[in-house]
Design a binder for this molecule. Sequence first.
Ligand SMILES: C[S@@+](CC[C@H](N)C(=O)[O-])C[C@H]1O[C@@H](n2cnc3c(N)ncnc32)[C@H](O)[C@@H]1O
Length: 281
Amino acid sequence: MTVGEALAATTARLAAAGVPTPDVDARWLLVSVTGGTAVRVSLGSRRRLDEQAAARLSEHVARRLRREPLQLILGSIGFRHLDLLVRPGVFIPRPETEVLAGLAIAVLPAGGVVVEPCTGSGAVAGAVALEASPRVIVATDTSAAAVQLAQDNAVRAGVAVDVRLGDLLDPVPADLRGKVDVLVANPPYLAAAELDGLEPEVVGWDPHDALVAGPTGHEVSDRLVKQAPQWLADGGWLLLEVDPGRAATTVARMTAAGLTEADVHNDLTGAARIVTARRSA
Ligand SMILES: C[S@@+](CC[C@H](N)C(=O)[O-])C[C@H]1O[C@@H](n2cnc3c(N)ncnc32)[C@H](O)[C@@H]1O
């Protein structure tokens, strides 16, 4: 079988099974088994797929047909300038979170202190460490698998991130209280009932604790908003990724907690995805 024939057959199988982007996924699966580039994998390619590659392709296609996320099959994902490892049991970073990381980078003063609770794979902390110049950057997560992955991703990117296991700000060194310039997080923000109707790739593979905050979806971000004023430096920023339907209530809660300049920022699809506010200087 040629690469072109394999691409056509794989696309057709994924499409018949209702996989949302069969052509894109088929191309990436072919790239992963041929070691080629997306450009070289085309319907017109007459290069032969060797036996080993064909066997791996069939294994990868079977995984995708079970709706395992493409990123887990490929093993890594691009996030800003990072090539992040992804693993089962840890939330897969999403493109909209690149905007959150970009805002953190934009407001961070040189040599500032950054804290990122709910770090997951370490995407945001890693991007900030790589693209800005924090003096200290601490990331936390309640999942041991996430902490391990975030540490591995920091080493892979050649950046120093202090990744700690624990609830929100509990593991952060006490001497950073009142000195944090940027407190940035993409916490779980859904209510359990909202999982119904999400894609199988999300419900079946992203950890429940990464998605669901509690009965209202506000539980984790509320705790963070309440704790933020004690940790932020004068003029320091709180940046939270939110469910667009909860952006206005998050603004109100930040204001009620005594933070100022609360504002909503859109993601790349135009959805109200990020809420920011700061401690007055
Ligand atoms: C939506 S994921 C975000 C992961 C990563 N920051 C990203 O944007 O790709 C939320 C993460 O928060 C973690 N988490 C949930 N509750 C937490 C808590 N109370 N304290 C710290 N981390 C928590 C989950 O384990 C998960 O890794």
